[in-house]
Design a protein around this ligand. Structure first.
Ligand code: DAH
Length: 338
């Protein structure tokens, strides 16, 4: 059969030229199909037979033309693109989702704090997680025999450095480097030897703040803290100070936030209407001296904000262990919708 022979030949075609050769062989001036008409003695055929012959010949020509064209199309860019698109595009296949990831809730709170403090003229400073014993303890008035050292069980490194137990370790380094007046915050990761439970972690984030200038008083401290909290919680907040002891501040305070859930009447979140939030105080003269600043000329305040704690409050996260879980499903819940 001519059709079968044609198809077999077309299946072996590897270039457009070879396709053209096949076309000439079958449909050219002296081609196999063209010759069929020439070789037939029509005078021997009845009108009915002539008609059938003509029809079958036309069908054969059309078949050959179509198959040869399809073969040629395989080589043309458009033809192959079309077949590829048909192969690739199946509108019935369910889409595959692509995960964009999400900022960690602590990063989001940190970025927000940085913006608020920058608005109040504070510099944001990066700082090392492995510290000298001096910066972490001595320089902020915690000498080696001071009982405060016992309060903070600590990870020591083999080179006698320490994984900082708080971001207060940056106070003296910054004063030595920048002098006074100074306004800065130091957000970062801290480490303590803790057993882990829903409210304790060995790795957590703090944001230390320090402002040193002439005539700095408790009024400045309260003003900055109130501005900060009002912006974080997006409403006017009430705060109160209670006395608290920290060797590097005098006087030292615990700053409590009037409970945002119950308005101060007392509830299961706060207990008595107040939430203990930010330890702070006026910078101890010894710390200023360690930083090379004259305590008779300058005074300052410092605070140590628990970033992890703040993120827990802001987003209503009840278990601290989620933060270091590395589970993207947890992080994605807090990502802003872009
Ligand atoms: N460094 C203290 C801690 O981690 C927190 C702190 C308390 C920081 C009082 C301060 C401060 O700057 O004034 O427990």
């Amino acid at each position: 059969m001519i059709q079968d022979e044609l198809l077999t030949e077309l299946a072996q075609v590897k270039t457009p030229d070879e396709a053209e050769q096949v076309r000439i062989k079958y449909l050219g001036r002296k081609g196999i199909i063209t010759n069929l008409a020439k070789e037939t003695d029509f005078s021997q055929l009845s009108p009915e037979e002539k008609k059938n012959f003509g029809r079958e010949l036309n069908q054969l020509k059309n078949f050959a033309t179509e198959k040869i064209q399809e073969t040629v199309n395989r080589f043309s860019v458009h033809g192959s693109e079309k077949t590829q698109i048909h192969r690739l595009l199946d509108l019935t296949v369910p889409g595959s989702s692509c995960s964009l990831g999400a900022l960690h809730p602590i990063s989001m709170v940190q970025m927000e704090l940085e913006e608020i403090f920058e608005g109040m003229g504070f510099t944001v400073l990066d700082s090392p997680e492995a510290e000298t014993e001096f910066n972490n303890f001595e320089s902020i008035n915690i000498p080696s025999d001071h009982p405060a050292r016992d309060m903070q069980d600590t990870f020591w490194l083999q080179n006698e450095m320490v994984l900082r137990t708080h971001t207060s370790s940056n106070q003296v380094r910054a004063l030595k480097r920048f002098g006074a007046p100074f306004r800065g915050i130091f957000p970062g990761r801290c480490f303590r030897y803790e057993s882990i439970d829903p409210s304790h972690e060995n790795t957590f984030y703090q944001c230390e703040g320090l402002m040193v200038d002439r005539h700095i008083s408790v009024a400045h401290l309260i003003g900055v803290m109130k501005t900060l909290l009002s912006e974080v919680f997006r409403r006017d907040v009430k705060v109160r100070l209670r006395p608290g002891f920290f060797p590097f501040v005098e006087p030292g305070f615990e700053l409590d936030l009037n409970c945002l859930f119950c308005g101060g009447s007392g509830c299961s979140t706060c207990g008595d209407g107040w939430i203990e939030l930010i330890p702070c105080g006026l910078t101890h003269p010894k710390v200023l001296e360690f930083g090379g600043i004259d305590p008779n000329e300058f005074s300052g305040f410092a605070f140590g904000l628990g970033l992890t704690r703040l993120a827990m409050m802001k987003y209503g996260i009840r278990d601290i262990r989620y933060f270091n879980s590395g589970d993207v499903r947890f992080y994605e819940q807090f990502a802003p919708i872009i």
